[in-house]
Ligand binder design. Structure first.
Ligand code: SF4
Ligand code: SF4
Length: 112
């Protein structure tokens, strides 16, 4: 069991989630975060902290499409455990649909 970051995170990156995770299992891409499924302890505290509701438990069928992406990129991207500054235009993208196809970047973020 794990929690999963979905495409709603793309270009938002408010990073409220990393502040509350007790096991520091978030990893940072250029414009989204992912959760390492083998490190997440399924506590659920990050889910209500995420403004665009990007975080889902893997028991939710809406998480199915994103589990593999979280697995793959948490191995490739650097760990992030401190909240950074959200992009200036984050609010504009909060409710945009289909962000993966339009904006997903496989490039790593800076981590912290
Ligand atoms: S709070 Fe939500 S949108 Fe923001 S970085 Fe975390 S998962 Fe992504
Ligand atoms: S469910 Fe808990 S352990 Fe998993 S990512 Fe969220 S805060 Fe971290």
């Amino acid at each position: 069991m794990t929690y999963v970051v979905t495409e709603a995170c793309i270009k938002c990156k408010y990073m409220d989630c990393v502040e509350v995770c007790p096991v520091d299992c978030f990893y940072e891409g250029e414009n989204m975060l992912v959760i390492h499924p083998d490190e997440c302890i399924d506590c659920g505290v990050c889910e209500p902290e995420c403004p665009p509701e990007a975080i889902l438990p893997d028991s939710d069928p809406a998480a199915d499409d994103w589990l593999e992406l979280n697995k793959q990129y948490s191995d490739a991207w650097p760990n992030i455990n401190r909240k950074g500054e959200a992009p200036a235009d984050a609010d504009e993208y909060k409710d945009v649909e289909g962000k993966y196809a339009k904006y997903f970047s496989p490039e790593p973020g800076k981590g912290s």
